[in-house]
Design a protein around this ligand. Structure first.
Ligand code: GLA
Length: 729
């Protein structure tokens, strides 16, 4: 049983294969959080709680003069508001009478045998192979009748506990939600904890930072209307000695694509509280009597096997339980994208020429990027007009696709549905569809405005116009881009006092549009994009099996990008292309790096020399050869590119450990330096592996202990792909 309620002890114990989580209905029916860590039996872990008279920590009224009973010093599963707990709160609700108070106590609960469902937001799902149980605990404020329903699903084999919360206004007056967290995770003593997260910027997304907790509130958040380049909705709490192959870590990933926040407070008594959910920046959601609000799902994972163990759990979970697209499990063809080849200057003839040249490189899919629609000769116009520009695509889309298909390539197309240019037919017809604050000219970014996705008419227009294009030709692939952060938060559809709902309603509108386009086209391979990897988040990955990692295609920068991204996201989701950036780096190395993702090219194939075409063909062939290892295997970070060194290395090992691919890039060469070795990971120590480059068989234990010697008298930026294969006697 994954979830056990012990009547006598009043404990809820949640068990995955190797981890356990415990809560207890405590005094006055408050719900305590007692444990999250390695597997335990169903013992009562409240023995850890020591109570003292803590000055300036309030006592609930019913506790009367029991000065040792304070919520400020008790571990809580979902913290209250204005009840004497002064730490960061899980909820902020303004009640009908204007008071800010929520005194949630356990009213009821139920346990059932399937994954809970969210009606308005994307979430993970279970398959026939999973054992999943769910638990719902209702916390009620007896005075206001506001309820918070805590939702949990335990994926036993996957080692993931998903969590969400639902607020129901059971009272007779409207309330305003000002903050609602999806997850509250308390630690009775967390002074040893550190936080690891993935900050970044345009062109350098998901870098890795790790900090010691100090006595303050650490905030990791985005308030840009999307999960953003700058932060990612993923945080790891780990011990100070946690490393790749050992140590404890708690992963928390929010399945949401809008503003988010993770707050971690190390308080006066070294208690740690971590919250995660929708960012409460300009957030004020009205709930009328009887209405409910769903908070996005958090994917929680615990392991004592270090960062690699945690990444493997999430990688498998994304592959099996997050993305609904069939392409997660299917071969992703090698693509060529026209963006860096032509930018806005192309026509149908040029595209056909690129396709012909690309075919010789082993390319299987051609993607027509920005510039094919409306009046779009640069990035100042045309967004919103999703019809073919016949000055460029003179033969018509269907005919163009047929020509590309005849060459032997599949066809893909680019959209940026959420945006509008002022110089567009759409804006001229519906200026009120763009988000603008009345009386104030809107902030431009890339000279474009943001459509008000909270409006149903805008949602319907986008579903219809994008679907019309997708259905008009044999389209295999579509790239969904979004190229600015959101400002001018205002919807003409909502009254003045409900503008605090716009950020969230935008995302709800986006998910409805994606439901109407992505889910209705199960045979189209969608790739997400936001000026590179700006909205690369778990919410988006429920729709898109792959995401463009970054507009930065420089291979050496990509070593860091892949490293950081891989903490949460599997390789099969990372768009990675060989481009003309860094002309002095050989194509073989660019290929090695781009094979750490959904491989493709981002260049003008018609301009490549015959020698380069041949080299690309060789690299494309390797990608196809190694595809099953890279896409379905376990990924290992073998070096940390953020630590200065001479080599960056990573590997993939098939689940049955029969084969592995170790990739190494020489990023620097110290003169007359020491011989360096890359140690393998994840092999079967008792097997012998044949290594193609060395033409020798070496045992797994030696490869993991001693490693492979990497030649040093080589040009800088040389790369190696060592293919290891189990030698059967
Ligand atoms: C963004 C994307 C690029 C390209 C351009 C087109 O920057 O990340 O790949 O599609 O938009 O405008």
């Amino acid at each position: 049983m994954a979830i056990i309620y012990n009547e006598e002890l009043k404990t809820f114990s949640l068990h995955t294969k190797n981890s356990s989580y415990q809560m207890k209905i405590g005094k006055l029916n408050y719900l305590y959080h007692l444990y999250y860590g390695p597997s335990m039996r169903d013992e009562d872990l409240s023995y850890q709680i020591m109570q003292y008279d803590r000055g300036f920590s309030g006592n609930p009224y019913e506790a009367r003069n029991q000065r040792i009973f304070s919520l400020d010093a008790l571990p809580q599963e979902f913290s209250t508001l204005q009840q004497g707990d002064f730490r960061i709160s899980s909820i902020e609700v303004s009640n009908g009478d204007g008071s800010y108070s929520f005194n949630g106590r356990v009213k009821s609960f139920k346990i059932y045998d399937e994954k809970y469902e969210l009606k308005t937001l994307p979430a993970s799902f279970s398959t026939d192979k999973d054992h999943v149980q769910s638990l719902e605990i209702v916390l009620e404020d007896e005075i206001t009748k506001v309820e918070v329903v805590l939702l949990y699903s335990v994926f036993e084999e996957a080692e993931i506990i998903t969590r969400s919360a639902k607020v129901i206004n059971g009272g007779s007056e409207s309330i305003h939600l000002r903050k609602i967290m999806s997850m509250c995770l308390d630690f009775m003593n967390g002074s040893d904890l550190e936080v690891l997260h993935l900050p970044g910027r345009y062109g350098q997304e998901r870098q890795v930072e790790r900090q010691r907790l100090t006595h303050q509130i650490h905030t990791i958040s985005s308030g840009r209307g999307s999960s953003s380049h700058q932060q990612n909705p993923f945080v790891i709490l780990c011990n100070k000695d946690t490393r790749e192959n050992a140590g404890i870590c708690y992963g928390t990933a929010l399945v949401y694509s809008g503003n988010f926040v993770a707050e971690i407070e190390l308080d006066q008594y070294d208690q740690v509280r971590m919250l995660m959910g929708i960012n409460n920046k300009q957030f004020d959601f009205e709930l009328k009597p009887g209405e409910e609000f769903e908070a996005p799902e958090v994917l929680m994972g615990f392991t004592d096997k270090g960062f690699t163990g945690l990444s493997h759990m999430y990688h498998d979970f994304f592959r099996n339980n997050m993305c609904k697209s069939k392409f997660v499990h299917e071969y992703r063809p090698i693509l060529i994208n026209t963006w860096e080849a032509t930018f806005f200057t192309f026509d149908d003839v040029k595209l056909v020429e690129i396709a012909k040249a690309a075919k010789k490189m082993g390319v299987e899919l051609m993607v027509m990027d920005d510039g094919w629609f409306g009046k779009r000769d640069d990035d100042n116009s045309g967004l919103g007009d999703w019809y073919v520009n016949t000055n460029k695509i003179k033969c018509g889309l269907n005919n163009l696709v047929e020509q590309i298909n005849d060459i032997g390539l599949k066809f893909g197309i680019w959209f940026e549905p959420e945006m509008v240019s002022e110089d567009s037919d759409l804006y001229r017809a519906h200026p009120d569809w763009a988000m603008q604050i009345p009386g104030r000219p809107a902030v431009r970014s890339r000279n474009q405005l943001v459509l008000d996705l909270t409006r149903k008419d805008v949602q319907d227009y986008l579903i219809e116009s994008v679907n019309k294009i997708l259905d008009s030709a044999n389209i295999f692939y579509a790239k969904w881009d979004v190229n600015r952060s959101i400002t001018d938060i205002f919807s003409t559809e909502l009254p003045g006092n409900r503008q605090g709902e716009v950020y969230h309603r935008y995302i709800l509108g986006l998910y409805r549009i994606l439901d109407g386009i992505v889910k209705t086209h199960p045979n189209i391979l969608f790739e997400g994009c936001s000026g590179g990897g700006g909205r690369y988040d778990p919410g988006m990955l429920t729709y898109f099996p792959q995401y463009w990692n970054s507009d930065n295609t420089k291979p050496i920068d990509n070593l860091k990008l892949h490293y950081g991204t891989s903490f949460l996201y599997p390789i099969c989701t990372m768009g990675a292309h060989v481009s003309e950036a860094n002309p002095n780096i050989p194509i073989s190395t660019k290929g090695t790096v781009a094979m750490c993702g959904t491989f493709g090219y981002e260049l003008d194939a018609t301009k490549l020399t015959a020698k380069k075409i041949k080299e690309c063909k060789r690299v494309s062939k390797l990608y196809k050869k190694y595809y099953p290892i890279i896409f379905y295997g376990d990924y290992y970070r073998l070096t940390n590119p953020f630590v200065p060194g001479n080599l960056t290395a990573w590997s993939s090992v098939t689940k049955n450990k029969e084969e592995a691919l170790i990739s190494v890039v020489v990023t620097n060469l110290t003169v007359n330096g020491p011989q360096e070795y890359i140690r393998a990971r994840g092999l079967n120590p008792d097997w012998k592996y044949y290594i193609d480059i060395l033409d020798q068989a070496v045992s797994g234990s030696v490869l993991m202990h001693v490693g492979i010697p990497i030649p040093r008298e080589v040009p800088e930026y040389t790369s190696y792909q060592y293919h290891l294969k189990h030698v059967r006697k």
